[in-house]
Design a binder for this molecule. Structure first.
Ligand code: NZQ
Ligand code: ZN
Length: 393
């Protein structure tokens, strides 16, 4: 196991009606005036925004609002939020919604304190984010783990480059997690969220680092839970326990407790950024499309051992000792069945509107200003093109 540093100080308020404690959480962490940031209106329609405001009123915390964060959030909204946060002198930013509203909130929170263009933390001009207004989260979609992660993913409208900034200060101070709030999700978003968290486990699981038994087993527990509860949430959208297990699993899959002490890959995620940017699919759907093709390329070039483990431990495949690659491939096939029949997500780029002639542009855009992409498979533009082509039809 490699040496590591791990600092994850988020306060979790989990369960039914948890949003009623938003005001108390802001107060606990010293906030007096908050910017409430949300997406396209689901939190208005559900009445959640009003409940959050009521809890802030009850604690005497004032606030201003900014809606309109788009799925795969855009830089323009972040600039607008930074200006508002500065003008109103807020001392807290609260993201209400899924990963997009949360990431946009994070970028506003650190951008408001930075004496330059917030994009400097995305294009390599600056390193990790060191300073931010405190961030709180009211989560409505179990998926990205942004409610406890160090990341904020934003797409720059100038060129449509989707990139990630990170830093420990971007871990929210608190996360309000009421699983009931996720019962209103359309099946596509429930499924996309389940696959995103599965991918967060796989990006960590497929590693060359030896002797990481404990995190291997944590990752396997997460993956088995996602298969079981993801299916249950698809079949029974109002099942509280399925939603609750999935929600907590999404957090643990990406706050990095499962990833410490080991090299991680993230190549599929970097390749996915191009699909959601070019074709407007959900992040999870893009990952579902690319993952089987990435796995086939990786097992061919990096050896089958980890892929056999995945097949036998996660999908219960029978070990073929004479042909381990057959076992590994069976695991990938069963994953594809889960994607198609259980999650009902697309399995090819062409299904979301892509064409074979787009492939060079996808690879070019992916490497624009971001040369180092991955670990187990060291992606180059040529390898990325090969994987995109394999996932096309
Ligand atoms: O915008 P509203 O109206 O709120 O609707 C949203 C949106 O249309 C809707 N929705 C959310 N909660 C709902 C709901 N609809 C009904 N009921 C609810 N309870 O769902 C749609 C998708 O929301 P979005 O926030 O875009 O989804 P998700 O949570 O999957 O976030 C995806 C974004 O997070 C990034 C992705 O790249 C993508 O930009 N990621 C962030 C990470 C991080 N910060 O750690 C890591 C991930 O790997 C990922 O890259
Ligand atoms: Zn992800």
């Amino acid at each position: 196991m490699d040496n590591f540093t791990f600092y994850s100080p988020t306060w979790f308020q989990f369960g039914k009606d948890a949003e009623a404690l938003t005001g108390a959480c802001v107060k606990k962490f010293g906030g007096k005036k908050a910017l409430l940031h949300y997406g396209g209106g689901s939190v208005v329609r559900s009445g959640l925004l009003d409940r959050v405001k009521k809890s802030l009123d009850a604690e005497g915390i004032s606030y201003v609002e900014l809606g309109g964060a788009k799925p795969n959030p855009l830089s323009g909204k972040v600039y607008e939020g930074i200006e508002l946060a500065r003008k109103e002198k807020v001392d807290f930013v609260i993201g209400i919604g899924g990963g997009s509203a949360i990431d946009s909130s994070k970028a506003i929170a650190f951008g408001a304190l930075y004496d330059g263009d917030f994009w400097d933390f995305y294009d390599g001009t600056q390193g990790q984010v060191q300073e931010s207004l405190p961030i709180g989260v009211v989560l409505t979609l179990a998926a990205t783990g942004s409610e406890a992660s160090t990341d904020a993913v934003i797409t720059n409208e100038n060129g449509m480059y989707k990139r990630c900034a990170d830093g420990d200060v971007l871990r929210p101070k608190f996360a309000i997690m009421n699983p009931e709030l996720t019962c209103t999700l359309p099946p596509y978003q429930t499924a996309s969220g389940a696959f995103d968290m599965l991918s967060h486990c796989m990006e960590r699981y497929f590693s060359h680092t030896p002797e990481v038994e404990f995190t291997d087993r944590l990752l396997e527990a997460c993956m088995l839970t996602i298969l079981k509860e993801g299916k249950r949430a698809m079949l029974e959208p109002d099942n509280y326990d399925a939603r609750a297990n999935l929600m907590w699993c999404g957090t643990i899959s990406h706050n990095n407790v499962t990833g410490v002490g080991r090299a991680q890959d993230w190549g599929t995620h970097h390749m996915e950024n191009e699909l959601s940017t070019h074709y407007g699919c959900s992040h999870g759907a893009g990952l579902a499309i690319l993952t089987p093709s990435w796995m086939k390329y990786a097992m061919k070039t990096q050896g089958t051992e980890r892929f056999v483990m995945f097949a036998t431990r996660i999908f219960g495949c029978q070990m073929d000792y004479e042909h381990p690659e057959a076992t590994a491939l069976e695991g990938i096939e069963r994953l594809q069945v889960f994607i198609k029949d259980v999650l009902k997500l697309p399995t090819t780029i062409s299904e979301i509107g892509g064409k074979m002639e787009d492939v060079p542009e996808l690879a070019r855009s992916m490497f624009h200003g971001a040369p180092n992409h991955s670990n187990l498979v060291k992606l180059t533009p040529e390898i990325a093109e090969e994987i995109y082509r394999a996932a096309m039809e």
